[in-house]
Design a protein around this ligand. Structure first.
Ligand SMILES: [Zn+2]
Length: 247
């Protein structure tokens, strides 16, 4: 049973109640403003019952429309934001290196490799990227992110910005991981203490190998950790951008 809070009438059906409340609320809240002197000369006025039915029906339809418009506005706002970020990047951010150049510059050094061996492959991949971005503004980097769009990335390639699918981020991680594997093999050969026939050394090499391979951590975890780290390092505050665009 539905109960009208304005006139205490009870309704058995939800739809009937919805129609009633739309109208009853209007009458109750606007009763003081109502103009009782309106008279239409040439139009036959329907009887009050019919009038009331019409109003109820209109109020109900209006309510539905308002709900629909609110929904549409929400979508429109979201779309606008999406366009604005890409537009902003295209107009305001021209990185010194594009994606291909970035890939060429991500070269593993001994320190990066040691980060993996003393930590894990995620730490290593992050340290490699950090070496490239630490001494310059994030705007020079060909991957961008914005604080109001968590885990959404954009990349700069072929002289334009586009949204970066998560698969491409995961692929970036995989490519860099395999570079670590190659770097490890080279490094291993240069270490005299690792090039002796000995069971303990073999065990140690196996531990290193598994670390670089990242077998101790699940793929999902690696990708998620990397993405969160990358977002945190690259994100720009959208508030600064809006201020920039308005001044
Ligand atoms: Zn009522």
């Amino acid at each position: 049973m539905e109960h009208c809070k304005f006139c205490s009438t009870e309704f058995k059906y939800k739809r009937q109640y919805n129609e009633h409340i739309a109208c009853c609320e209007f009458i109750n809240t606007r009763s003081r403003e109502r103009n009782s002197n309106v008279e239409l000369v040439d139009d036959t006025i329907p009887n009050p019952r019919m009038m009331y039915e019409l109003i109820k029906n209109l109020m109900f339809k209006n309510q539905q429309l308002e709900k629909e418009i609110a929904g549409l506005n929400k979508i429109a706002r979201r779309e606008k934001k999406k366009i604005n970020v890409l537009e902003y990047l295209k107009n305001h951010q021209l990185p010194q290196m594009d994606y291909t150049k970035m890939m060429e510059q991500l070269i593993i050094n001994t320190k990066n490799l040691e980060t993996v061996l003393s930590g894990n492959i995620i730490d290593g991949v992050c340290s490699l990227i950090m070496d490239l971005i630490k001494d310059q503004p994030v705007q020079n980097f060909p991957i961008s992110a914005f604080s109001h769009k968590p885990n959404t990335f954009y990349f700069y390639s072929s002289d334009t910005w586009q949204e970066m699918p998560h698969e491409k981020i995961n692929m970036l991680f995989d490519i860099l991981s395999s570079r670590f594997m190659r770097a490890y093999r080279v490094w291993e050969k240069t270490r005299p203490e690792l090039n002796v026939e000995n069971e303990d050394v073999e065990k140690q090499k196996m531990v290193y190998f598994k670390k670089v391979l990242g077998v101790y951590i699940s793929d999902d975890f690696k990708y998620r950790k990397f993405m969160t780290w990358l977002f945190d390092k690259l994100k720009q505050n959208v508030k600064n951008i809006i201020e920039y665009e308005f001044c």
